[in-house]
Design a protein around this ligand. Structure first.
Ligand SMILES: Cc1ncc(C[n+]2csc(CCOP(=O)(O)OP(=O)(O)O)c2C)c(N)n1
Ligand code: SF4
Length: 284
């Protein structure tokens, strides 16, 4: 059994005390340890934001790129390396705003990637502007009159797109969050877990208490393979917020399996940049 403390990066974070990113990080370490996955077996990709700082604060292989652009390098990596677990972590702004185009095409391709969205319904790093998931009733110092655009429903979007695994979790229920993370990591294909993660500094509406009062676990008799039931469940938000696997379709093949000429193992024949000079000349 892997010790969860092995993921401790032993580094001070820039997160505010009480931020939902802390229980999320703890849950991820427990989820990986529980699956017997060591840090060297994970490749994590992120964009920009508070959530996207995760590879600095957890001990796994990490790539921190441009805002909204975590999925393309993750996909590229997945194509050449089928051996490591690929995890994308990012905020709701990073994923559904700046990265909106990428998530759409990622769902179409279905690569074997577990995507954990820290959904605090706000742009945390840039001090509380509205993100795509911000509720219309939310007023902050930078939008004193509230939001002018209707909120984006990530679950409904992913279910409608036929994503092969769509789940919702809440950092206030860590046992369940760990279970969702593990199911997503083990799923062969693209697995989206939208994780409700309070931003205690800039989002004064969607607090731990707010989510606790409204979220509930899906019944055991809920069938996530029933597409019509999932479409209906995806509509629920507000007074009742379902947590669990909303939809899954294990029949969809992971993207990489469609390229039968790709090696079954990590492509390791590294070339020095100079060895690509001839190729570069063609485009000069
Ligand atoms: C293309 C681009 N647009 C805007 C920014 C400025 N910016 C940096 S972080 C951020 C918001 C991050 O919010 P979110 O992704 O929800 O993550 P959080 O900080 O809430 O975890 C923005 C708008 C940027 N860096 N790049
Ligand atoms: S601003 Fe919000 S999301 Fe960012 S670290 Fe603070 S509480 Fe967390």
């Amino acid at each position: 059994m892997v010790d969860k403390n092995i993921f401790d990066a032993d580094r001070e974070t820039a997160w505010c005390p009480g931020c939902g990113n802390f229980p999320l990080r703890k849950s991820l370490a427990e989820a990986l340890a529980g699956l017997d996955i060591t840090p060297d077996r994970v490749a994590m990709f992120t964009g920009i934001g508070q959530a996207a700082k995760m590879p600095h604060y957890i001990r796994v292989n990490g790539f921190n790129g441009l805002h909204g652009r975590a999925l393309p390098p993750a996909l590229g990596f997945r194509m050449v390396n089928p051996e490591l677990k690929v995890i994308v972590e990012s905020g709701d702004g990073d994923t559904y705003g700046e990265g909106g185009n990428h998530i759409l095409h990622n769902i179409r391709r279905n690569p074997d990637i577990a995507h954990f969205v820290h959904d605090n319904q706000i742009y945390g790093l840039t001090k509380g502007q509205a993100s795509p998931t911000t509720g219309e009733e939310i007023k902050t110092e930078v939008q004193p009159y509230g939001i002018t655009a209707a909120p984006f429903n990530p679950i409904k979007f992913a279910v409608a797109m036929g994503a092969s695994f769509v789940a919702r979790a809440f950092v206030g229920n860590q046992d369940h969050l760990i279970e969702m993370m593990q199911a997503a990591i083990e799923h062969e294909g693209y697995a989206l877990v939208d994780i409700l993660q309070p931003c205690v500094t800039f989002n004064k509406v969607n607090t731990y208490q707010w989510y606790k009062e409204r979220s509930y676990l899906l019944d055991d008799d809920y069938d996530p393979t029933d597409y019509k039931a999932a479409v209906e469940k995806a509509e629920e938000w507000g007074d009742d917020i379902p947590l669990g696997i909303i939809y899954r379709n294990d029949a969809r093949k992971p993207f990489r399996s469609k390229f039968d000429w790709l090696s079954d193992s990590f492509v390791k024949d590294y070339k020095e940049p100079a060895e690509y000079d001839d190729l570069m000349q063609e485009f000069a």
